[in-house]
Design a protein around this ligand. Structure first.
Ligand code: AMP
Length: 179
């Protein structure tokens, strides 16, 4: 089963992705995590990624698509996966017509997302400056909201209230997935 998690930064995608991964026995992967690892490398690609991510911009579609495609070819993902953070643009979604089973949207208001991010323990993370966070919120509305429409039309979109407790959200997801 192939499942995608979509949500604004701070919506709880990685928390819910990990819980779902445990419940379903399927691997969890996050493009944010993969890209942050690449950004640590002292290579031209690493330096470029670091700059783009720290400023709160999206990695280019071509780069994101190529890296994700490479990852998903690994045998550990052959039975399915929980993918967090991709696709974030309609171009990415289109490139990835990978008969997705479910797309879960964790709906959280901009205000709640900002409140959560500023309260994080690792709020000193290099890519979590206020300017970068605001730019990510902007990108979410501009580029990722249309991705939700795209999957709604395909009939695979599940919307969950992401402002409930972690347990309530997890149970709502399980219920809507009918598993
Ligand atoms: P995340 O941990 O999902 O919030 O991602 C952190 C950062 O990684 C984002 O702000 C983007 O710069 C980059 N990123 C993650 N996923 C994608 C994607 N699918 N397309 C472009 N950039 C991405």
């Amino acid at each position: 089963m192939k499942t995608i998690l979509v949500g604004i930064q701070g919506s709880g995608k990685s928390t819910q992705g990990n819980l779902l991964s445990e419940k379903l026995g399927l691997p969890y992967l996050s493009t944010g995590h993969i890209f942050r690892e690449i950004a640590k490398e002292h290579t031209p690609l690493g330096r470029h990624m670091k700059e783009v991510m720290n400023a709160g911009y999206l990695i280019s579609d071509d780069q994101a698509i190529e890296i994700v495609r490479d990852y998903l070819q690994r045998s550990e993902y052959s039975k399915g996966y929980i993918l967090d953070g991709f696709p974030r643009t309609v171009a990415q979604a289109e490139s990835f017509d990978n008969d997705m089973d479910h797309v879960i949207y964790l709906a959280v208001s901009d205000e709640e997302a900002l409140r959560r991010i500023s309260g994080r323990q690792d709020a000193t993370r290099e890519d979590e400056t206020l300017a970068a966070i605001n730019r990510r919120i902007e990108s979410f509305h501009k580029f990722t909201k249309p991705v939700l429409e795209y999957y709604k039309e395909k009939g695979v979109l599940i919307e969950v209230d992401g402002e409930k407790s972690i347990e309530d959200i997890h149970h709502a997801i399980i219920e809507k997935l009918k598993i």
